[in-house]
Design a binder for this molecule. Structure first.
Ligand code: NAD
Ligand code: LMR
Length: 328
């Protein structure tokens, strides 16, 4: 029997595809630990269909009889969903369809994050942390953070963990080893095809991945685009965007942010690190501490890596320019 105080966790877009793959794993303790009770505060658009679907998901959560799930709040109002939350998981937004680029989502989805950023800043707990999944997630988190007057910017992160997981899987497959052998693969920049999955520092079985793979052309010309365009490949194959793997990556993202010592890829405010423009949110390696995280700034980039980082930085700066009137 746990004696911990329950934490409040808001999930937006809770009746969507990712929501359906995510909520059961949060409630079973995979995200915050098997001894951490929680209250789920679930936000959906205030429209009959999604609200009805949300009730159905809540009925299923109830039917799982999860010991850690102490209560649920179902709502169409942001201020209710974010009230006193310790974590806000911002999933709700429009996904890409076949043939769309993430930039197509920018203006539509951006508005959501203005309102939600304001609401979180107004009503969430003092220790609230925010993880953005809704695309384009790097710019959406920047928009949400721009509205925060009370909460510090380092509490706002976006998810590039799916890209890290995809990259590790591809390296393991190519090398013919177990996934656990692949380490130190970090994602720099945007969650988009311009991202840089830094194979130059990755390791396989403790050795340089480039030496183990022994095929630089494959790493540059096959591996990088395969990871960068994996989201589009899944949309093409499934007809809808990745959901279970995205939910799994969010479980990893948050779990590792609450587990001191973990080293993992997170999109954070760049503050000029690795040559990213000040004020954009870019993927980079972080090490979780007892109270937050430290960005790891010690990786030396070669000219190839620098050129890739410059490309993904240009895209992030372009996205920021597109929404600059919105954020004021
Ligand atoms: P979905 O359409 O199945 O579900 C989205 C849900 O969000 C819907 O139920 C919708 O009603 C709800 N919603 C929309 N606006 C909302 C708002 N303002 N407040 C609350 N809820 C709202 O989509 P999905 O497959 O669950 O994907 C959600 C988002 O996650 C998309 O933007 C998608 O592109 C993104 N995504 C990101 C990653 C990543 O790695 N960062 C991976 C996969 C998907
Ligand atoms: C993904 O990477 O699978 C998601 O971000 C969906 C998308 O639009 O690519």
């Amino acid at each position: 029997m746990t004696t911990k105080t329950p934490i409040r966790v808001a999930v937006t877009g809770a009746a969507g595809n990712i929501g359906y793959a995510l909520l059961f794993r949060i409630a079973s303790g995979e995200m915050f630990g098997k001894d951490q009770p929680l209250i789920l505060q679930l936000l959906e658009i205030p429209v009959e269909g999604p609200q009805k679907a949300l009730k159905g998901v809540a009925m299923e959560l109830e039917d799982c009889a999860f010991p850690l799930l102490q209560d649920m709040v179902l709502t169409g109002e942001a201020d209710v969903a974010f009230k006193d939350v310790n974590w806000a998981l911002l999933v709700g937004s429009k996904p890409r369809g076949p043939g769309m680029e993430r930039a197509d989502l920018l203006k539509d989805n951006g508005k959501i994050f203005i309102a939600q950023g304001q609401s979180i800043d107004k009503v969430a707990a003092d220790d609230a942390r925010v993880a953005v999944v809704g695309n384009p997630c790097n710019t959406n988190v920047m928009i949400a953070a721009s509205q925060a007057k009370r909460l510090p910017k380092d509490r706002f992160t976006a998810m590039v963990r799916l890209d890290e997981n995809r990259g590790r899987a591809q390296l393991a497959k190519k090398a013919g080893v177990d996934i656990g052998q692949v380490s130190d693969l970090f994602i720099y920049g945007n969650h988009s095809p311009t991202m840089f999955a830094d194979f130059t520092h990755a390791k396989i079985g403790g050795k340089a991945a480039a030496d183990v793979i022994g095929d630089e052309a494959w790493l540059k010309n096959d591996f990088l685009p395969a990871v960068g365009k994996r989201g589009a490949a899944i949309i093409e194959a499934r007809g809808v965007s990745s959901a279970a793997s995205a939910a799994n990556a969010l479980v990893d993202h948050v779990h590792d942010l609450v587990t001191p010592g973990k080293i993992h890829s997170v999109a954070v405010e760049s503050q000029g690190r690795y040559g990213f423009a000040d004020g954009v949110w870019a993927g980079m390696p972080v090490k979780t501490t007892a109270t937050g995280y430290d960005v790891i700034t010690t990786y030396e980039m070669d000219d190839f890596a620098k050129s890739k980082i410059a490309l993904t930085n240009d895209e992030l700066v372009g996205e920021r320019d597109t929404v600059k009137d919105m954020i004021g």
